[in-house]
Design a protein around this ligand. Structure first.
Ligand code: 5MM
Length: 336
Protein backbone atom coordinates (compact mmCIF):
# COMPACT_ATOMS: atom_id res chain seq x y z
CA UNK A 1 0.00 0.00 0.00
CA UNK A 2 1.39 3.42 -0.99
CA UNK A 3 0.42 5.32 2.15
CA UNK A 4 2.22 8.48 1.05
CA UNK A 5 0.35 8.52 -2.29
CA UNK A 6 -3.03 7.93 -0.62
CA UNK A 7 -2.42 10.69 1.94
CA UNK A 8 -1.44 13.06 -0.81
CA UNK A 9 -4.69 12.45 -2.76
CA UNK A 10 -6.79 12.84 0.40
CA UNK A 11 -5.02 16.09 1.23
CA UNK A 12 -5.60 17.45 -2.28
CA UNK A 13 -9.30 16.58 -2.05
CA UNK A 14 -9.57 18.46 1.25
CA UNK A 15 -7.41 21.48 0.30
CA UNK A 16 -8.19 25.19 -0.11
CA UNK A 17 -11.69 25.33 1.39
CA UNK A 18 -13.01 23.26 -1.51
CA UNK A 19 -15.34 20.28 -1.41
CA UNK A 20 -16.56 17.39 -3.53
CA UNK A 21 -19.35 17.26 -6.06
CA UNK A 22 -21.29 13.99 -6.02
CA UNK A 23 -22.50 13.57 -9.62
CA UNK A 24 -22.66 9.79 -9.39
CA UNK A 25 -26.40 9.27 -9.59
CA UNK A 26 -27.03 5.74 -10.82
CA UNK A 27 -29.21 5.31 -13.91
CA UNK A 28 -32.34 4.81 -11.81
CA UNK A 29 -31.73 7.86 -9.60
CA UNK A 30 -30.73 10.13 -12.49
CA UNK A 31 -33.75 9.04 -14.51
CA UNK A 32 -36.04 9.62 -11.51
CA UNK A 33 -34.77 13.21 -11.19
CA UNK A 34 -35.13 13.76 -14.95
CA UNK A 35 -38.66 12.33 -14.96
CA UNK A 36 -39.80 14.79 -12.29
CA UNK A 37 -38.82 17.65 -14.64
CA UNK A 38 -39.98 16.07 -17.90
CA UNK A 39 -36.40 15.56 -19.16
CA UNK A 40 -36.02 12.53 -21.48
CA UNK A 41 -34.59 9.56 -19.54
CA UNK A 42 -31.97 8.67 -22.15
CA UNK A 43 -28.21 8.21 -22.25
CA UNK A 44 -27.90 11.27 -24.49
CA UNK A 45 -29.69 13.55 -22.00
CA UNK A 46 -27.62 12.15 -19.15
CA UNK A 47 -24.53 12.95 -21.27
CA UNK A 48 -25.79 16.49 -21.94
CA UNK A 49 -26.42 17.02 -18.25
CA UNK A 50 -23.02 15.75 -17.18
CA UNK A 51 -21.45 17.89 -19.94
CA UNK A 52 -23.22 20.91 -18.43
CA UNK A 53 -21.62 20.11 -15.08
CA UNK A 54 -18.04 19.39 -16.18
CA UNK A 55 -17.90 22.46 -18.47
CA UNK A 56 -19.22 24.85 -15.80
CA UNK A 57 -16.91 27.88 -15.72
CA UNK A 58 -15.01 28.35 -12.43
CA UNK A 59 -16.38 25.16 -10.88
CA UNK A 60 -12.79 24.33 -9.96
CA UNK A 61 -12.64 27.32 -7.60
CA UNK A 62 -14.94 25.48 -5.16
CA UNK A 63 -14.70 21.82 -6.19
CA UNK A 64 -11.60 19.66 -5.69
CA UNK A 65 -13.07 16.32 -6.75
CA UNK A 66 -16.06 14.99 -8.69
CA UNK A 67 -17.60 11.58 -8.03
CA UNK A 68 -18.71 9.99 -11.30
CA UNK A 69 -20.97 7.10 -12.28
CA UNK A 70 -19.47 4.45 -14.60
CA UNK A 71 -21.44 5.65 -17.66
CA UNK A 72 -20.01 9.18 -17.26
CA UNK A 73 -16.40 7.95 -17.18
CA UNK A 74 -16.59 7.03 -20.86
CA UNK A 75 -18.68 9.97 -22.11
CA UNK A 76 -17.43 12.95 -24.13
CA UNK A 77 -18.53 16.46 -25.03
CA UNK A 78 -20.12 17.18 -28.42
CA UNK A 79 -16.61 18.20 -29.55
CA UNK A 80 -15.23 14.78 -28.64
CA UNK A 81 -13.35 15.76 -25.48
CA UNK A 82 -13.61 13.14 -22.75
CA UNK A 83 -15.12 14.27 -19.47
CA UNK A 84 -12.12 12.79 -17.65
CA UNK A 85 -9.69 15.00 -19.56
CA UNK A 86 -11.88 18.08 -19.03
CA UNK A 87 -11.85 17.48 -15.28
CA UNK A 88 -8.11 16.92 -15.31
CA UNK A 89 -7.62 20.16 -17.23
CA UNK A 90 -9.58 22.01 -14.53
CA UNK A 91 -7.54 20.37 -11.76
CA UNK A 92 -10.61 18.51 -10.46
CA UNK A 93 -9.73 14.98 -9.32
CA UNK A 94 -12.03 12.31 -10.77
CA UNK A 95 -13.60 9.75 -8.46
CA UNK A 96 -15.95 6.84 -9.07
CA UNK A 97 -18.94 5.28 -7.35
CA UNK A 98 -18.15 1.57 -7.20
CA UNK A 99 -20.97 0.16 -5.11
CA UNK A 100 -23.78 -1.52 -7.01
CA UNK A 101 -26.60 -0.25 -4.84
CA UNK A 102 -28.39 -1.26 -1.67
CA UNK A 103 -30.67 -4.32 -1.67
CA UNK A 104 -32.91 -5.92 0.95
CA UNK A 105 -30.90 -7.57 3.75
CA UNK A 106 -32.13 -11.16 3.93
CA UNK A 107 -33.87 -11.90 7.21
CA UNK A 108 -34.06 -8.25 8.30
CA UNK A 109 -37.27 -6.61 7.15
CA UNK A 110 -36.79 -2.96 6.13
CA UNK A 111 -32.99 -3.04 6.25
CA UNK A 112 -30.44 -2.97 3.45
CA UNK A 113 -26.98 -4.16 2.52
CA UNK A 114 -24.93 -2.60 -0.25
CA UNK A 115 -23.63 -4.93 -2.97
CA UNK A 116 -20.66 -4.74 -5.33
CA UNK A 117 -17.68 -6.57 -3.78
CA UNK A 118 -17.61 -9.34 -6.42
CA UNK A 119 -14.98 -8.51 -9.04
CA UNK A 120 -14.26 -5.20 -7.33
CA UNK A 121 -10.45 -5.57 -7.36
CA UNK A 122 -10.43 -5.78 -11.18
CA UNK A 123 -12.84 -2.87 -11.60
CA UNK A 124 -10.70 -0.70 -9.31
CA UNK A 125 -7.56 -1.50 -11.32
CA UNK A 126 -9.30 -0.42 -14.53
CA UNK A 127 -10.48 2.86 -12.98
CA UNK A 128 -6.99 3.58 -11.64
CA UNK A 129 -5.51 3.01 -15.10
CA UNK A 130 -7.96 5.61 -16.48
CA UNK A 131 -6.64 8.28 -14.09
CA UNK A 132 -9.33 8.02 -11.41
CA UNK A 133 -7.86 8.55 -7.95
CA UNK A 134 -10.66 7.99 -5.46
CA UNK A 135 -13.80 5.88 -5.06
CA UNK A 136 -17.07 5.93 -3.15
CA UNK A 137 -19.30 3.31 -1.54
CA UNK A 138 -22.61 4.13 0.16
CA UNK A 139 -24.25 2.08 2.89
CA UNK A 140 -27.81 2.91 3.92
CA UNK A 141 -29.07 2.76 7.50
CA UNK A 142 -32.73 3.40 8.22
CA UNK A 143 -34.20 4.38 11.59
CA UNK A 144 -37.64 2.92 12.37
CA UNK A 145 -39.39 0.75 14.94
CA UNK A 146 -36.75 -1.78 16.07
CA UNK A 147 -34.22 -0.82 13.41
CA UNK A 148 -31.39 -0.46 12.70
CA UNK A 149 -30.39 -3.84 14.11
CA UNK A 150 -26.88 -4.61 15.30
CA UNK A 151 -26.59 -7.14 12.49
CA UNK A 152 -27.39 -4.60 9.79
CA UNK A 153 -24.88 -2.08 11.16
CA UNK A 154 -22.23 -4.80 11.49
CA UNK A 155 -22.60 -6.30 8.01
CA UNK A 156 -22.55 -2.87 6.35
CA UNK A 157 -19.47 -1.84 8.36
CA UNK A 158 -17.65 -5.06 7.39
CA UNK A 159 -18.51 -4.46 3.74
CA UNK A 160 -17.41 -0.81 3.81
CA UNK A 161 -14.07 -1.85 5.29
CA UNK A 162 -13.59 -4.65 2.69
CA UNK A 163 -14.22 -2.09 -0.07
CA UNK A 164 -11.86 0.44 1.55
CA UNK A 165 -9.02 -2.07 1.89
CA UNK A 166 -9.36 -3.06 -1.78
CA UNK A 167 -9.29 0.61 -2.85
CA UNK A 168 -6.15 1.34 -0.89
CA UNK A 169 -4.43 -1.73 -2.31
CA UNK A 170 -4.65 -0.25 -5.83
CA UNK A 171 -3.95 3.37 -4.80
CA UNK A 172 -7.49 4.79 -4.72
CA UNK A 173 -8.64 6.85 -1.72
CA UNK A 174 -11.87 5.29 -0.44
CA UNK A 175 -14.74 7.57 0.47
CA UNK A 176 -16.71 5.72 3.11
CA UNK A 177 -20.37 6.74 3.17
CA UNK A 178 -22.51 5.21 5.91
CA UNK A 179 -25.71 7.23 5.49
CA UNK A 180 -28.24 7.32 8.32
CA UNK A 181 -31.36 8.36 6.42
CA UNK A 182 -33.47 11.41 7.32
CA UNK A 183 -36.74 9.58 6.53
CA UNK A 184 -39.24 9.09 9.35
CA UNK A 185 -40.24 10.86 12.55
CA UNK A 186 -37.18 10.32 14.74
CA UNK A 187 -35.59 13.10 16.77
CA UNK A 188 -32.18 14.73 16.59
CA UNK A 189 -31.21 12.71 19.70
CA UNK A 190 -32.11 9.43 18.00
CA UNK A 191 -30.12 10.39 14.90
CA UNK A 192 -27.14 11.17 17.16
CA UNK A 193 -27.44 7.81 18.95
CA UNK A 194 -27.63 5.80 15.72
CA UNK A 195 -24.95 7.83 13.90
CA UNK A 196 -22.58 7.24 16.87
CA UNK A 197 -23.27 3.50 16.86
CA UNK A 198 -22.76 3.23 13.12
CA UNK A 199 -19.54 5.27 13.05
CA UNK A 200 -18.09 3.34 16.00
CA UNK A 201 -18.72 0.05 14.21
CA UNK A 202 -17.36 1.38 10.91
CA UNK A 203 -14.11 2.60 12.49
CA UNK A 204 -13.77 -0.63 14.44
CA UNK A 205 -13.96 -2.59 11.16
CA UNK A 206 -11.60 -0.20 9.38
CA UNK A 207 -9.09 -0.80 12.17
CA UNK A 208 -9.60 -4.58 12.09
CA UNK A 209 -9.14 -4.66 8.33
CA UNK A 210 -5.97 -2.48 8.40
CA UNK A 211 -7.35 0.46 6.49
CA UNK A 212 -5.07 3.50 6.62
CA UNK A 213 -7.20 6.27 8.15
CA UNK A 214 -5.04 9.09 6.76
CA UNK A 215 -5.72 7.76 3.26
CA UNK A 216 -9.53 7.69 3.48
CA UNK A 217 -12.38 10.19 3.65
CA UNK A 218 -15.55 9.77 5.69
CA UNK A 219 -18.79 10.88 4.01
CA UNK A 220 -21.36 10.94 6.81
CA UNK A 221 -24.81 12.40 7.32
CA UNK A 222 -25.13 15.46 9.51
CA UNK A 223 -26.83 14.76 12.85
CA UNK A 224 -30.30 16.15 12.15
CA UNK A 225 -33.93 15.63 13.16
CA UNK A 226 -35.83 13.51 10.60
CA UNK A 227 -37.93 15.12 7.90
CA UNK A 228 -41.22 14.47 9.72
CA UNK A 229 -40.00 15.10 13.27
CA UNK A 230 -42.23 17.61 15.06
CA UNK A 231 -39.23 19.35 16.64
CA UNK A 232 -36.96 20.85 14.00
CA UNK A 233 -33.90 21.96 15.99
CA UNK A 234 -32.12 25.14 14.99
CA UNK A 235 -28.91 25.35 13.00
CA UNK A 236 -26.75 25.75 16.09
CA UNK A 237 -28.20 22.64 17.78
CA UNK A 238 -27.55 20.57 14.64
CA UNK A 239 -23.98 21.87 14.39
CA UNK A 240 -23.33 21.11 18.06
CA UNK A 241 -24.87 17.62 17.93
CA UNK A 242 -22.93 16.76 14.79
CA UNK A 243 -19.53 17.97 15.92
CA UNK A 244 -19.80 16.58 19.47
CA UNK A 245 -20.81 13.19 18.03
CA UNK A 246 -17.88 13.18 15.58
CA UNK A 247 -15.36 14.32 18.20
CA UNK A 248 -16.30 11.20 20.19
CA UNK A 249 -16.19 8.65 17.38
CA UNK A 250 -14.18 9.85 14.37
CA UNK A 251 -10.42 9.37 14.90
CA UNK A 252 -8.25 12.46 14.48
CA UNK A 253 -6.11 10.66 11.89
CA UNK A 254 -8.92 10.49 9.30
CA UNK A 255 -7.95 12.29 6.07
CA UNK A 256 -11.15 14.32 5.96
CA UNK A 257 -14.87 14.46 6.59
CA UNK A 258 -17.15 15.45 3.68
CA UNK A 259 -20.90 15.53 4.32
CA UNK A 260 -23.68 14.19 2.16
CA UNK A 261 -26.74 16.48 2.05
CA UNK A 262 -29.32 13.69 2.30
CA UNK A 263 -32.34 15.68 1.08
CA UNK A 264 -31.92 18.75 3.31
CA UNK A 265 -33.01 22.02 1.71
CA UNK A 266 -29.88 23.28 -0.03
CA UNK A 267 -29.62 26.59 1.85
CA UNK A 268 -30.06 24.85 5.19
CA UNK A 269 -27.25 22.39 4.36
CA UNK A 270 -24.93 25.36 3.69
CA UNK A 271 -26.04 27.13 6.89
CA UNK A 272 -25.40 24.05 9.00
CA UNK A 273 -21.92 23.51 7.54
CA UNK A 274 -21.19 27.20 8.08
CA UNK A 275 -22.28 27.02 11.73
CA UNK A 276 -20.06 24.01 12.38
CA UNK A 277 -17.05 26.03 11.27
CA UNK A 278 -18.16 29.24 12.96
CA UNK A 279 -18.76 27.69 16.39
CA UNK A 280 -16.54 24.61 16.43
CA UNK A 281 -13.85 25.18 13.77
CA UNK A 282 -11.09 25.40 16.39
CA UNK A 283 -11.99 22.02 17.90
CA UNK A 284 -11.91 19.90 14.76
CA UNK A 285 -8.88 17.66 14.21
CA UNK A 286 -9.94 16.81 10.61
CA UNK A 287 -10.72 18.97 7.56
CA UNK A 288 -14.53 19.22 7.34
CA UNK A 289 -16.23 19.92 4.03
CA UNK A 290 -19.09 18.92 1.72
CA UNK A 291 -19.67 16.15 -0.78
CA UNK A 292 -23.17 17.19 -1.82
CA UNK A 293 -25.23 15.99 -4.73
CA UNK A 294 -28.75 17.38 -4.41
CA UNK A 295 -27.77 20.42 -2.33
CA UNK A 296 -25.53 21.62 -5.16
CA UNK A 297 -27.16 20.18 -8.27
CA UNK A 298 -30.91 20.36 -7.73
CA UNK A 299 -31.38 24.13 -8.25
CA UNK A 300 -29.28 23.94 -11.44
CA UNK A 301 -31.23 20.93 -12.71
CA UNK A 302 -34.48 22.80 -12.03
CA UNK A 303 -33.24 25.63 -14.27
CA UNK A 304 -31.84 23.43 -17.06
CA UNK A 305 -34.93 21.23 -17.56
CA UNK A 306 -33.19 19.55 -20.50
CA UNK A 307 -33.22 22.76 -22.62
CA UNK A 308 -30.05 23.95 -24.39
CA UNK A 309 -30.99 27.61 -23.96
CA UNK A 310 -30.93 27.17 -20.16
CA UNK A 311 -27.40 25.73 -19.94
CA UNK A 312 -25.64 29.00 -19.10
CA UNK A 313 -28.08 29.95 -16.32
CA UNK A 314 -27.95 26.41 -14.90
CA UNK A 315 -24.14 26.49 -14.88
CA UNK A 316 -24.17 29.83 -13.07
CA UNK A 317 -26.45 28.35 -10.41
CA UNK A 318 -24.28 25.25 -10.08
CA UNK A 319 -21.10 27.31 -9.62
CA UNK A 320 -22.95 29.58 -7.18
CA UNK A 321 -24.18 26.76 -4.92
CA UNK A 322 -20.71 25.18 -4.97
CA UNK A 323 -19.20 28.55 -3.98
CA UNK A 324 -21.77 28.95 -1.14
CA UNK A 325 -20.56 25.68 0.37
CA UNK A 326 -16.92 26.60 -0.08
CA UNK A 327 -17.75 29.85 1.78
CA UNK A 328 -19.45 27.80 4.51
CA UNK A 329 -16.18 25.93 4.95
CA UNK A 330 -14.58 29.29 5.78
CA UNK A 331 -17.54 30.21 8.04
CA UNK A 332 -18.25 33.01 5.53
CA UNK A 333 -21.57 31.87 4.03
CA UNK A 334 -24.05 34.73 3.71
CA UNK A 335 -27.44 32.93 3.63
CA UNK A 336 -28.22 32.89 -0.08
C1 5MM B 1 -25.75 11.10 -6.26
O1 5MM B 1 -26.33 10.09 -5.49
C2 5MM B 1 -25.40 9.11 -5.03
C3 5MM B 1 -25.69 7.78 -5.57
O2 5MM B 1 -26.97 7.37 -5.18
P1 5MM B 1 -27.74 6.19 -5.98
O3 5MM B 1 -26.87 5.00 -6.02
O4 5MM B 1 -28.97 6.02 -5.15
O5 5MM B 1 -28.05 6.72 -7.34
C4 5MM B 1 -25.34 9.19 -3.49
O6 5MM B 1 -24.47 8.25 -2.94
C5 5MM B 1 -24.83 10.56 -3.15
O7 5MM B 1 -23.50 10.68 -3.57
C6 5MM B 1 -24.87 10.86 -1.68
O8 5MM B 1 -26.02 10.37 -1.06
C7 5MM B 1 -24.81 12.37 -1.50
O9 5MM B 1 -25.89 12.93 -2.20
P2 5MM B 1 -26.85 13.94 -1.44
O10 5MM B 1 -27.93 14.24 -2.44
O11 5MM B 1 -27.31 13.20 -0.21
O12 5MM B 1 -25.98 15.14 -1.13
Amino acid sequence: MDIHGLKNIAQRLMADDKGLLAMDESLATCNKRFKALGIPETEEFRRKYRQLIVTTPLLEESISGAILFDETVYQKTEDGVSFLSLLEHKGIIAGIKVDEGAVALAGFLGEKITEGLDGLRNRLEVYYSLGIRFAKWRAVIKIDEGIPTKACIKVNAVTLARYAALCQEVGLVPIIEPEVLMDGEHTLGKCEEVTSLVLKEVFNELYEQRVCLEGMILKPNMVVPSLECKVQNDVEAVAEATISCFLRVVPAAVGGVAFLSGGQPYELASKRLNMMHLRFGQLMPWPLTFSFSRAIQQPALDIWKGQDQNVKAAQEMLAFRASCNSAARRAAYKNA
